[in-house]
Design a protein around this ligand. Structure first.
Ligand SMILES: C[S@@+](CC[C@H](N)C(=O)[O-])C[C@H]1O[C@@H](n2cnc3c(N)ncnc32)[C@H](O)[C@@H]1O
Length: 256
């Protein structure tokens, strides 16, 4: 599949070669009852779905979450694009953890149609999440350009992990995953290849080389897994690599 697509699109081939080994590593690092949330641009997400079906298996596909918002300029020559797609895969369909009772609830669209008790409690979110973007003037804003709202990460982490579990984000940006994980009593490991991201997340989470949230430098030779070794190529049943081979600067609490 990748070969055929590459034949007419080199840029796509590069993208496939970038993403595929990272998703394979994510599979290996995931706990047996763990869940992967992958958020990608709407132009790329369908290819990522194919990759994840190959790596995780089609049965492992749990959800396609649509994050819908309504902010910013609107195109007039097509439907304005105001949603993002998040793919959800589990390591093992028979064992994955999912607890909807831990998730924040939403207001009913027609509260008059349900009992006052139900209306007060709110409804369970579906796979369409209406959530505003990070306000450009709000206190959540870190200044990192692609920062995602804490509310989204809280929801994913509350549903798919238990207190004390470990959460890994290998494209961590401003550290929203870490901020949500910490709030919810989960341990976390954040990685990013951009020094600016490291600076922002370190300041956001109060990370220091010897603090409770530790700032780690990538070991010599660590870096993006451009070449996957033959043993790693063994497919989903290969051995688990060191998290640092995913590249960037890992950051996490002591003992992770
Ligand atoms: C969309 S942003 C993540 C935003 C994050 N969710 C937040 O709330 O701030 C993607 C991040 O991936 C990082 N990135 C891109 N390529 C990378 C790579 N090869 N290894 C590690 N991080 C990478 C970028 O520096 C960027 O910070």
């Amino acid at each position: 599949m990748a070969g055929r697509l590459r034949a007419y699109d080199d840029a796509f081939g590069d993208y496939w070669d970038f993403l595929f080994p990272r998703l394979e590593h994510a599979w290996r690092l995931l706990a047996e009852d763990g869940t992967l949330y992958l958020h990608l641009d709407y132009r790329e997400v369908h290819y990522a779905k194919v990759m994840l079906d190959i790596i995780f298996g089609r049965d492992a596909f749990l959800n396609e979450i649509i994050w819908a918002y309504d902010y910013g300029a609107k195109a007039r020559s097509r439907w304005p694009s105001k949603h993002e797609t998040i793919l959800v895969y589990v390591k093992d369909r028979a064992r994955y953890h999912f607890d909807s009772s831990e998730v924040d609830r939403e207001p009913y669209m027609a509260p008059g149609l349900v009992t006052p008790e139900k209306a007060a409690r709110g409804k369970l979110p579906t796979d369409v999440w209406w959530h505003t973007i990070v306000s450009p003037t709000g206190k959540e804003k870190t200044g990192y350009p692609s920062q995602k709202p804490l509310g989204l990460l809280r929801r994913m982490i509350s549903a798919s992990t238990r207190p004390g579990d470990r959460v890994l984000d290998v494209f961590a940006g401003s550290g929203t995953t870490g901020a949500a994980a910490r709030e919810l009593g989960r341990r976390f490991l954040l990685v990013d290849s951009n020094p600016e991201a490291i600076e922002v997340m370190a300041s956001r989470l109060g990370a220091a080389e010897d603090g409770p949230v530790r700032l780690l430098r990538a070991a010599d030779g660590a870096g993006p897994p451009r070449d996957v070794s033959p043993s790693d190529r063994a497919g989903p049943f290969g051995r688990a690599p060191d998290a640092r081979r995913l590249g960037g600067l890992p950051l996490g609490p002591r003992g992770l």
